[in-house]
Design a protein around this ligand. Structure first.
Ligand SMILES: *[C@@H]1O[C@H](CO)[C@@H](O)[C@H](O)[C@H]1NC(C)=O
Ligand SMILES: *[C@@H]1O[C@H](CO)[C@@H](O)[C@H](O)[C@H]1NC(C)=O
Ligand SMILES: *[C@@H]1O[C@H](CO)[C@@H](O)[C@H](O)[C@H]1NC(C)=O
Length: 629
């Protein structure tokens, strides 16, 4: 309980810090143009909601409907028999509802289900515009199923604009609107700069999953845009610092590095188990450093591969959220591990880390951009993106950031393909000799997955290891096992009955994969060792011959005379057989003798219980020996 309370204190302090130092949240807006009736014709501002898909770069024309019932949109319009579906050729419907009673997202979902093309929410109080956001984490869990399915754009309008529109509608006027997102993002030139504020923590539930899902889905598009020079992307990571009074506390020690300068919340909010906040800060720092090193070598887009691969290969759940695992991923992408290590520096040092210092400075807003206080945040051309974190929606926003006519082809059609497997095999496993690779190019960028080749399933992690499995495996490249042919003889280390693994055939030794070496039975004195034997090693076996008139017997590894009667060897064998026979007979006699002795004494003991025997003195003797029989 104590750690829980302490944690809350630190957490609150952390938030107060964030709140007081970086408190400027900017409401991103687009314009709402009323084209009729004449009396309220004007351009108004509205605030883009943080869900749904705003039509960045586009416009949407429609007319407003304010429902007679369910005016807050908290219930399904089906229940009221209301539908806003426009008929073919009809104008799209913008549903106007009032703020209050339920989440903004539920209103948007109900509007979408009823067929509205967009939703306008009228504020219920006189105040500056606010950003409509998703419900908090706990509530989101219950409703997450529809959150991701909201695709209509949403806008909050002020109470006064809402009243004006409602006034005209009540007079029976048709209110025509033009929702315009063309100026929502600046688009000054032919390159878009964008930032993604994220986190390497993979155990924070829905929020962490949506971040990594976005990275995986957007990777392909991001890499094409970056490689062709259309965008300049920079990843960012939020950290906070430990207040001076708490520097020596257990909490700051477990959540911070560099003597309290850079901290992140404990992943499970429990200081005594699992990974600590400082593990998260370190992995975040490693990702920043990876980006720096990759960027310096002219390949900043490798960051997308690194983050995706790290989340797949090094998850906290499997206890692989470690430096070793990170290093393996870095190596597989062809980036210098030592350079990244140098950049990470000494986490225990009482000194600034220039990169993390830079990240903290970057959290504070510049110009029209607000402070970054929520994760994840996407910033495009120095404006915060609003809307759902989804490939299509984000691509639309980025594309709207190009000066007209300079947008790349990907903005016009999404099916540009590049084959990322061509370079360095995408960092995936491959068997060059057999022309088998785990790299697959997809529209979401490359994935590393063990393939199925000619009906043979390969199994493994896809990055460092794939192995043929199943019955037919030896037919394909000999199951990845060693195989040797010499003088018309073939030896294979792929054993048909086994579903996996390789093992050198008899007469060879080695790993069975890369090599099997012939065993020199003669030198190693494992065969053909009798005095008359003459040993000659062959590949995979040996030849043994005997001098004189003798014959080699492989089973006994000895030489025998072809003429059995006078042979020394045979007499030797006879001696052994005779010896064995004598020993056997003696053993049998002894056994018989002992059995008889035992039976005698047993019968005697039984009889003694019924009648007095002459030699009673033998009784105790019998009992004393019974334990030994
Ligand atoms: C959301 O969309 C997914 C996939 O399109 C679908 O399987 C799911 O049922 C939808 N959820 C709701 C609540 O409609
Ligand atoms: C990445 O490299 C480009 C060009 O080399 C440079 O302009 C940019 O500032 C670098 N970004 C970072 C974050 O280092
Ligand atoms: C390797 O396989 C691919 C497809 O399976 C094929 O297109 C390519 O020509 C092959 N390369 C060689 C050297 O056999």
């Amino acid at each position: 309980m104590r750690t829980r309370v302490d944690f809350l204190v630190i957490f609150l302090v952390g938030f107060l810090l964030l709140g007081s130092c970086f408190g400027r949240f900017v409401v991103e807006k687009n314009s709402l143009k009323v084209t009729s009736p004449e009396s309220i014709k004007d351009v108004y501002e509205c605030a883009i909601g943080n869900f749904g898909v705003p039509q960045y770069g586009g416009t949407l024309v429609g007319y407003v409907v304010y429902p007679k019932a369910n005016q807050k949109g908290c219930k399904s319009f089906d229940d009221f028999g209301i539908s806003f579906k426009s008929k073919p050729g009809g104008m799209p419907t913008f549903l106007l509802v009032d703020r209050g009673d339920c989440f903004f997202t539920l209103k948007a979902w109900n509007a979408q289900k009823a067929g509205a093309a967009a939703i306008l929410v009228a504020d219920d109080r006189a105040e500056p515009l606010i950003t409509m956001d998703n419900p908090e984490e706990e509530d989101a869990q219950a409703q997450a199923d529809y959150l991701q399915n909201i695709t209509i754009p949403s806008a909050l309008i002020s109470q006064s604009v809402g009243d004006k529109i409602k006034g005209e509608l009540s007079k029976g006027e048709m209110v025509n609107l033009n929702l315009d997102w063309r100026e929502a993002l600046p688009h000054p030139d032919e390159r878009v700069e964008y930032e993604f504020w994220t986190n390497s923590n993979d155990e924070c539930g829905v929020k962490c999953e949506s971040q990594i899902d976005f990275v995986k889905n957007f990777k392909g598009a991001a890499q094409i845009l970056e490689q062709k020079g259309y965008t300049q992307f920079t990843p960012h990571y939020i950290t906070w610092y430990c207040p001076e009074a708490f520097l020596l506390s257990k909490q700051c020690k477990s959540q911070c590095i560099n003597h309290g300068r850079y901290c992140a919340p404990d992943p499970e909010q429990d200081f005594s188990r699992g990974y600590d906040g400082k593990d998260v800060v370190l992995q975040n720092l490693r990702q920043v450093c990876f980006f720096k090193v990759a960027n310096e070598s002219g390949k900043p887009w490798l960051w997308w591969d690194y983050v995706t691969d790290f989340s797949i290969r090094c998850p906290m759940k499997e206890k692989k959220y470690t430096k070793d695992c990170a290093d393996q991923v870095i190596q597989s992408l062809g980036v210098d591990v030592r350079e990244v290590e140098k950049c990470v520096g000494e986490p225990d040092a009482d000194a600034d880390n220039p990169l993390l210092k830079g990240e903290q400075d970057a959290q504070i807003g510049k110009g029209v951009r607000g402070d970054v206080t929520i994760l994840p945040t996407l910033v495009i051309n120095n404006r915060q993106y609003r809307g759902k974190l989804d490939k299509g929606a984000v691509l639309k926003a980025i594309c709207s950031g190009f000066q007209e006519t300079t947008e790349p082809a990907i903005c016009l059609s999404e099916d540009i393909q590049t084959n990322e497997c061509l370079e360095n095999n995408g960092g995936c496993w491959q068997d060059r000799a057999a022309n088998v690779t785990a790299c697959k190019d997809t529209f979401r960028g490359r994935v590393c997955e063990c393939p199925v080749v000619h009906g043979v399933q390969f199994v493994g992690d896809g990055y460092t290891h794939c192995e043929a499995s199943g019955a037919a495996r030896c037919e394909l490249n000999n199951g990845g096992c060693w195989k040797g042919i010499k003088d018309g003889k073939t030896y294979s280390a792929c054993i048909d009955g086994l579903t996996k693994g390789c093992s050198c055939p008899p007469g060879f030794r080695g790993d069975g994969v890369k090599s099997c070496e012939d065993i020199d039975e003669c030198k190693e004195k494992t065969a053909c060792q009798c005095p008359e034997c003459k040993c000659k090693n062959t590949w995979g076996s040996y030849e043994c011959s005997c001098s004189g008139n003798l014959l080699y017997m492989q089973e006994h590894d000895t030489c025998i005379s072809k003429d059995s009667k006078s042979s020394y060897s045979w007499s030797f064998v006879w001696v052994i057989i005779l010896g064995l026979a004598v020993a056997g007979a003696a053993g049998y006699a002894l056994y018989k003798y002992r059995i008889r002795r035992y039976m005698d004494s047993e019968i005697r003991a039984i009889m003694a219980q019924y009648m007095p025997l002459d030699n009673q003195g033998e009784g105790p003797h019998h009992h004393a020996s019974q334990g030994n029989v």
